[in-house]
Write a protein that binds this ligand. Structure first.
Ligand code: 5GP
Length: 121
């Protein structure tokens, strides 16, 4: 799948539309999800044109992969989620319900999150 430069997260990265940003460094940007599914629900996206988990895992340079996942852990730490616990989740493709075709992980916490897997819906 080719990367679509007009996707909503690409536009947030370019500063064309606003987001409630919580962290940014050379590798990653984090901002609150517009439709939170947990008391704290933040999205972390890499600075690079990667459609999905598969694309990022296969094609991102090692320093970006490392920097990105360090940023994910730092965001969870900075938001105070480490002690209580948190969940990191990436949706890839149709069956997972991926809506935005720019690789991102959800960082959710701030209270009990329930079971991991939901089927159907
Ligand atoms: P996906 O289903 O692709 O893993 O998750 C996409 C997420 O992006 C959803 O949780 C949705 O609420 C969030 N989202 C979609 N559009 C926007 C937006 O314009 N701003 C923000 N902050 N989040 C968005």
């Amino acid at each position: 799948m080719a990367y679509d430069e007009s996707n909503i997260f690409a536009r947030i990265l370019r500063g064309e539309i606003p987001a409630d940003r919580v962290y940014e460094d050379e590798h990653a940007l984090a901002f609150h999800d517009i439709g939170p599914q947990a008391p704290v629900h933040v999205l972390v996206i890499p600075k690079g044109a990667y459609v999905s988990m598969a694309d990022f895992g296969a094609n991102a340079p090692p320093e970006l992969v490392t920097g990105f996942f360090r940023a994910v852990a730092r965001v969870a730490h900075d938001l105070g989620l480490e002690e209580g616990g948190y969940r990191v989740l990436a949706n890839h493709g149709a069956d997972a319900g991926q809506e935005v075709p720019h690789f991102h992980v959800h960082v959710c916490g701030g209270g009990p999150l329930g079971r991991l897997i939901a089927r159907g819906g």
